[in-house]
Structure formats: structure tokens, C-alpha cells
Design a protein. Structure first.
Lengths: 292, 283
């Protein structure tokens, strides 16, 4: 009995340090956040704040700028999920083919992923402004190459270009792992049957890498939704607030306009949307995996 | 005939790969060449090689960014955070695997489900809550201190790390540990002498995933750290860039400086990084 008790104590000693920190950094603030979002908290002392029901949520949903950044984020995420996965899969197929210098290419394609979004955004800021202007003049195509960050539509696509450049390498790594696990015999059998590359890709590779799709879609979906750093350094929401993604809107509401409680209501909406969308995505793609 | 076709496809793939690689590296090239150019050349020729090669922007940027300070700060924060994340989360995961109970399952689920919570959903109350952890008499504060920031990094890094360790430890046989217990080792000795060395592959994965994230993180330190001399590399880049966007050569030199440590790290551990990311993502 004594021994059992002692063993429980040591188990607790192993678990408590990380659990203590985790609970204080994530769990308690999370629940505080839910409570705050129903009050008129002003960002300072919570004492003295009172409950105001769903008022913050109603105001958040009624906030035109929030609605705009919500749609922008949705559009951004949708475009990103499609492009990142196409580019990432294409790169993965390329570096698993009969290419020379496989590892060098993998290394190069993955590199942007290691550099933080903030620094990437700054590098591209120079490209989209100075370099694009000069290129436009040089090759006389200023319709395509101009200062992209001065134009709302082009600035949105600038965000997409940087995002794809950053995330494609990461997704590529996931697809490589999956493609390399396809047994050689399967491909050889297809060769003997005289299948052409497209048929092999469509009927063998695609179904067998279905689990990689689940993961990659999940990763691109949640990372695009949470994008902040590149948005901050590349466009900072401009021009004229046209590229403010949802995370930037939350940040601005809190630390720019000091509407802390409303910002927290937006943060909770943001959390709920991410949760519902990713769970729905994993659920549907998993189901397809089984069917295939 | 067939062999010839194979050679051709290999050449085509290699050319395609080279084009994609040039496109990938092109922004870095532009950044690099313009960090050496004078103002006049940047305005007329962003694409060409710099002439003459002017290193003065690097010296200037190093001073204005307080680069060595930022580098030391980033290294300190990253290394200490990673070490503690590894120590705490490996111990926790092992204890959770070995003590099969409803409670330990519940704790694991708690770690796993909270991985979906985005940082932005907790940052506002977190800052308010942490600013209350303050003892003025002994100058203890979670805000604007390295230990405060590291504490929060451990909090955010634990979930994924415990989860990865947990998955790995489930496959580690118990027999060795039991032998050590019979030999009279206590639990701490069993863990650090017998178990922890066998966890090396997953420890590398956990370390790499957390390094990439913590090293590049901007948002959390921007909220926690106020003093200029505590700035990490992303923070000092942000403030520096805000001040010097008009001087592109200086700004580009600053960016090259921030990327050098990443390139060095990548050259030495590319194999582990790609493997680590693969394992981390698949689980």
C-alpha cells in the first residue's frame, strides 16, 4: 500500500511541472477569455466589469470591418489550400521522380519554410514594390508588373504568392513521405500492364496517398486561417485596410482600439470557426480515404 | 529504345526542378544583391549584380539592429525553452503511458484537444493574467522578462511535445525498465538513465519542430517583451524595418543578417529537419 502510494507521488511529480505551466498558460486564459467575452471588460482590472450577455458578439458580427476580414480570410484560405497543395504535390512528384540531385532540390524547396513569416514578408515587400516596378518598365508590361502592394486585388495575391512560397515546401515533405511508402511492386505491376504515367498517377498514386491529403489539407487550412506574420510585414492590412486578415482585425480591435472584450468575442468566434472547419475537413477526407 | 526514353525523362525532370529551384531562390538572390548596392543602383537596377560591392550597410545594420544582442537573446530563449520543453514533456509523457488510469488518459486528451486553440484566442486574457504574476519586492514579473516568456513557450509547446513523446513511448518495451527497478533504481534514475536515451529519435523531432516555431515567433515576444535590449531577432527586425524601409540597401542587409543563422542551422541538420517535420506532421 505504502509502495503504491509512493509510486503515485512520483508519477505526479513527473506530470505536474508541465501540467502546471500548460494549465496556467493555455487552459486558464482560454476560460478567462470565454468569460471576458460576455462582459464590458476594458483591458485593465476585471473587477468592476459587468456581464452584458451577447452584446460583444452582436457587435462583432455587426462590425463591417470584421465581416470584411472574415470573408477575406475565407477567400485567402480557400485559394491557399488549393494552390499550396497543387504546388506542394507537384514538387513532391518531381523530387521523387528520376530527377538528379534529389536531396539538393528537396533542401531548396523546403528552405523558405524555415524562415519566419515576418522576415519572408519583408523580403517580398521589396520584390513587389521596387523590383516589380522596374521589371514592368524593363519588359514593357506594366499591366502585370507594377507595385502590387498599392492595389487591393494585387496585394491580396501578393499575400497568396508569399504564402504559397512558404508553405509549399512543408506540404511537399508530407507528400514525399507518403509517395515513398508506395511499394515498388505496385508500380512495376502497372508498368507491365502498360499503364501510362497519367493513369498511374490517377489510379495508383492518388488513392494511396489519400492520408497525406488529410494531413496537408488540415495543415494548410489551419495555418492559412491563422496567418498573421506575413500579413503584418508585407501589407500591414493595406492599401486602405483592404488586406486585413482576421487575426490582424482581432489584434487591432484589442490593442489598437482598446475594445478588449469585443476583440475577445471575435477571438472566440475565430476559435469556433477554426474548430468546426478543421473537424469537418478531417472527417470528410478521412471518410474518402476509407472509400478509396 | 526504352532506355533512351528514360534518360530523356530524367533530363526533363531535372530541368523542371532547376527552374522551380531558381524561382524559389530568386527572392533571396534579390535580397542579397541589393544589400550591397548604393541608392542610385537600387533605383535603376534591382536585378543585376552590385558594383561596387559595398559592405558598409552590413556594418550599419548590425549596429542599428543591435544584431549581436538580438542574436544572443534569441539563442538564449530558444535553447532554454527547448531544453525545458524536452525535459518536462518527456517525463510527463512517460508517466502518462506507464500509469494506465482514467486520470492519465484524461490528461492526455486535455493536451491533445487544446492543440486546436489558436494563439490569438488566448493572447488577450493571457497577457492580463500573466501581468498579475508580479512580486514587486523581489522584482519578479512575467512581463518583460526572459523567464516569463520562456514559461509561456513551455506552456504552448507542451501539448504537441507530450503527444509526440506519448506516441513513441507506447512502442518502447517495459522489460528494461523493470530490470532496472529490480536493480534498485528509483523512478528518476530509471527515466533518465534507461528510458530517456532510447527516446533520442523523437527528442530530435520535438527539438526541431519547437526550434522552427520559437526561433521565428514574433507575436508572443512582441506582447511580452517591452525593453529594447531584450528584443529577439524577429522583434528587432520588425522595429528596424519600420524605421528604415526607405533605405532599402540597409533593410536588405539587415534581413540577410537574420537569415544567416537559419542557413547555418539548416546546413548542419537538414537531414534531421526534414525527417523531423515529416514525423511531426504525420502524427
Amino acid at each position: 500500500m505504502n509502495k503504491k502510494f509512493k509510486s503515485k507521488i512520483t508519477t505526479a511529480l513527473f506530470v505536474i511541472p508541465s501540467l502546471f505551466i500548460f494549465v496556467n498558460v493555455v487552459i486558464i486564459p482560454f476560460f478567462m477569455g470565454i468569460i471576458y467575452s460576455f462582459t464590458n471588460w476594458n483591458g485593465f482590472a476585471f473587477n468592476g466589469s459587468s456581464f452584458i450577455g451577447f452584446k460583444n458578439y452582436v457587435e462583432a458580427i455587426g462590425d463591417e470591418k470584421f465581416a470584411a476580414s472574415f470573408w477575406l480570410t475565407t477567400k485567402y484560405t480557400l485559394v491557399m489550400v488549393i494552390l499550396v497543395n497543387i504546388v506542394g504535390l507537384a514538387l513532391a512528384l518531381l523530387v521523387t521522380s528520376k530527377i538528379k540531385g534529389k536531396n539538393l532540390f528537396r533542401g531548396v524547396f523546403f528552405l523558405p519554410n524555415l524562415i519566419g513569416g515576418l522576415i519572408l514578408g519583408f523580403i517580398w515587400k521589396f520584390i513587389f514594390t521596387k523590383f516589380f516596378e522596374q521589371l514592368g518598365e524593363l519588359i514593357h508590361s506594366s499591366k502585370l508588373f507594377f507595385n502590387w502592394l498599392d492595389n487591393p486585388t494585387a496585394a491580396f495575391w501578393a499575400l497568396v504568392v508569399v504564402g504559397v512560397w512558404q508553405m509549399a515546401g512543408y506540404v511537399m515533405v508530407i507528400y514525399i513521405a507518403s509517395i515513398e511508402s508506395i511499394p515498388d511492386e505496385v508500380m512495376e505491376a502497372a508498368d507491365i500492364d502498360g499503364a501510362n504515367p497519367w493513369v498511374k498517377f490517377k489510379n495508383i498514386t492518388m488513392p494511396l496517398i489519400a492520408p497525406a491529403f488529410t494531413i496537408s489539407l488540415f495543415v494548410t487550412l489551419s495555418n492559412s486561417f491563422k496567418q498573421y506574420d506575413t500579413n503584418l510585414s508585407l501589407t500591414n492590412g493595406g492599401p486602405f485596410g483592404s488586406t486585413e486578415l482576421i487575426t490582424m482585425n482581432i489584434f487591432q480591435t484589442a490593442f489598437g482600439y482598446n475594445k478588449y472584450a469585443q476583440a475577445q468575442a471575435k477571438a472566440i468566434i475565430f476559435f469556433l470557426v477554426i474548430m468546426v472547419v478543421t473537424i469537418f475537413q478531417v472527417y470528410t477526407t478521412k471518410k474518402r480515404e476509407v472509400e478509396m | 529504345m526504352k532506355k533512351k526514353g528514360k534518360v530523356n525523362s530524367s533530363i526533363i525532370f531535372t530541368i523542371l526542378g532547376a527552374i522551380a529551384a531558381v524561382l524559389t531562390l530568386f527572392p533571396m538572390y534579390i535580397m542579397l544583391v541589393n544589400s550591397f548596392k548604393g541608392r542610385a543602383q537600387i533605383f535603376t537596377d534591382t536585378m543585376g549584380l552590385p558594383k561596387p560591392l559595398d559592405f558598409s550597410y552590413y556594418i550599419n545594420a548590425t549596429q542599428k539592429m543591435n544584431f549581436l544582442r538580438a542574436l544572443t537573446n534569441s539563442l538564449l530563449i530558444t535553447i532554454i525553452s527547448i531544453t525545458l520543453i524536452i525535459v518536462f514533456s518527456s517525463m510527463t509523457a512517460w508517466a502518462l503511458v506507464r500509469s494506465k488510469s482514467k486520470l492519465s488518459n484524461g490528461i492526455l486528451y486535455l493536451f491533445v484537444i487544446t492543440m486546436l486553440i489558436p494563439f490569438q484566442s488566448v493572447m488577450i486574457p493571457l497577457m492580463q493574467y500573466m501581468s498579475k504574476w508580479e512580486i514587486k519586492a523581489i522584482n519578479f514579473s512575467m512581463m518583460d522578462t526572459f523567464y516569463g516568456l520562456i514559461f509561456m513557450y513551455i506552456g504552448f509547446g507542451t501539448s504537441l511535445s507530450v503527444f509526440l513523446y506519448h506516441g513513441f513511448i507506447k512502442g518502447v518495451p517495459r522489460s528494461l525498465e523493470e530490470a532496472a527497478v529490480i536493480d534498485g533504481c528509483n523512478k528518476f534514475q530509471v527515466f533518465w538513465k534507461i528510458v530517456f536515451p532510447t527516446l533520442k529519435p523523437i527528442t530530435v523531432t520535438v527539438a526541431i519542430l519547437n526550434v522552427i516555431w520559437i526561433w521565428n515567433d514574433y507575436l508572443l515576444p512582441s506582447l511580452v517583451l517591452r525593453s529594447p535590449n531584450l528584443r529577439t531577432i524577429p522583434l528587432s527586425t520588425f522595429y528596424f524595418f519600420g524605421e528604415f524601409t526607405i533605405q532599402w540597401n540597409l533593410a536588405m542587409a539587415g534581413l540577410v543578417l537574420t537569415i544567416i543563422p537559419i542557413i547555418i542551422f539548416y546546413l548542419f541538420s537538414q537531414k534531421y529537419i526534414i525527417k523531423g517535420v515529416m514525423e511531426g506532421a504525420v502524427k
